[in-house]
Design a protein around this ligand. Structure first.
Ligand SMILES: [Zn+2]
Ligand SMILES: [Zn+2]
Length: 374
């Protein structure tokens, strides 16, 4: 099969090289998935740029696919057959360790060691029975491949919002999203949705509403990014105010919650200096130079909470798919560039030049890489 692999020499194509790769096989305890599409995550780009993976690694985890080979036993057990469209996250938590028992599934050692074989920037991948048991979600007919590919990133954002405690805040409050790429925009759209809907069935965000009989109408939702097109998209996404410079936020508008979705070294310092006393900063992106330190006393005297959120829990994935498949959160317009296996590297480079939002690898149509039929 064709696969895009990490190649340190391929700087002109975002360090991606298209090669012939051994096609994985299904086994007694796994099935074979034909990849239909995959979102390109900021973390994939970081791994490529900073050489965080070995040469010839196949990346890609925001995968949507189709069951291609599955044995009868697994088919019966998990109610899946050839041709069913699915999404699955790449890591599977064990469900038993201390981290899993305390809603920190992304820290579980099994979570970190499990993955697709080999990844999703390719034509086929092998999914283990653990994936079938815990992470696979069968798609309904109405949900497009592209929208379904957002299940994992939207789930990451749902977890971050839950961890922030924003919806347990009493009285009115202000939240600032620093960095309005796809993740920042998704967080904003989710907050905008949750602040208007108290009737969610399965979410712990909604449990917070009912436990406290408290409908959080008083959330001011602000966003900040230097790029005009992103500010425009944020304004259309339900943000109440957008700023191209954090210094434009006046004292009365200071946020109680800041989500860091920007990935620049300076952001944590900016957040600490602009947040209201007692505020919460949610670290939600990696930065190039993590040696930077903030001051002990800024945190201590302002009584700040600095928390982080990394990867989703299984319950967040289910909630995410529910929101996407019921069209409660809009995602498809966040794809600014679409690519195929032959040109993904070039399109990633172009998307960066264009200040694009997100790139989608579309394998729904294989004509581009298959020789024409006689
Ligand atoms: Zn991701
Ligand atoms: Zn575990």
């Amino acid at each position: 099969m064709k696969a895009l692999v990490y190649s340190p020499a391929a700087a002109a194509t975002a360090f991606l090289d298209l090669i012939e790769y051994e096609t994985p096989q299904d086994t007694e305890y796994s099935c074979l998935i034909k990849v239909l599409g995959c979102g390109v995550c900021g973390s994939d780009l970081l791994k490529l740029e900073r050489a965080l993976v070995k040469p010839n690694t196949v990346l890609g985890h925001e995968m949507v696919g189709e069951v291609f080979e599955i044995n009868e036993a697994l088919s019966r057990k998990y109610n899946l057959k050839k041709g069913d469209r699915i999404v699955s996250s790449h890591h599977v938590p064990c469900g038993k360790c201390n981290y899993c028992l305390n809603d920190k599934e992304s820290l579980c050692s099994q979570f970190k060691s499990t993955n697709f074989n080999p990844g999703a920037f390719c034509e086929y991948l092998e999914l283990s029975e653990d994936h079938l048991k815990h992470t696979v979600i069968k798609l309904n007919e109405e949900t497009s491949n592209l929208s379904a590919s957002f299940t994992e990133p939207v789930a990451c954002c749902i977890k971050a919002i839950k961890k922030s405690g924003l919806f347990a805040h009493k009285g009115s409050t202000t939240v600032l999203i620093l960095g309005l790429g796809s993740i920042g925009l998704i967080i904003g759209r989710l907050i905008n949705y949750y602040r208007k809907h108290k009737d969610l069935l399965h979410s712990s965000v909604s449990e917070l509403y009912t436990q406290q009989n408290y409908y959080q109408e008083g959330i001011n939702l602000y966003g900040c990014d230097p790029i005009e097109t992103k500010l425009k998209l944020a304004a259309e996404s339900g943000f109440d105010k957008v700023f191209n410079d954090i210094a434009l936020i006046n004292n009365a508008e200071k946020p109680d919650y800041i989500f860091l979705s920007a990935g620049a070294n300076i952001c944590i310092d900016l957040a600490i200096s602009y947040i209201r006393d007692g505020g919460t900063i949610v670290v939600f992106s990696s930065v190039p130079d993590s040696a930077k330190a903030f001051t002990n006393n800024d945190i201590y005297y302002k009584e700040l909470s600095i928390i982080s959120s990394y990867s989703p829990n299984l319950s967040d994935l289910k909630e995410s798919y529910q929101l996407i498949s019921e069209n409660k959160i809009r995602v498809s317009d966040l794809i600014s560039h679409t690519a195929n296996l032959s040109n993904l590297g070039e399109i990633i480079v172009k998307a960066r030049k264009d200040n694009g939002i997100k790139v989608y690898l579309d394998l729904g149509d294989r004509a581009v890489i298959r020789p024409p039929q006689p």
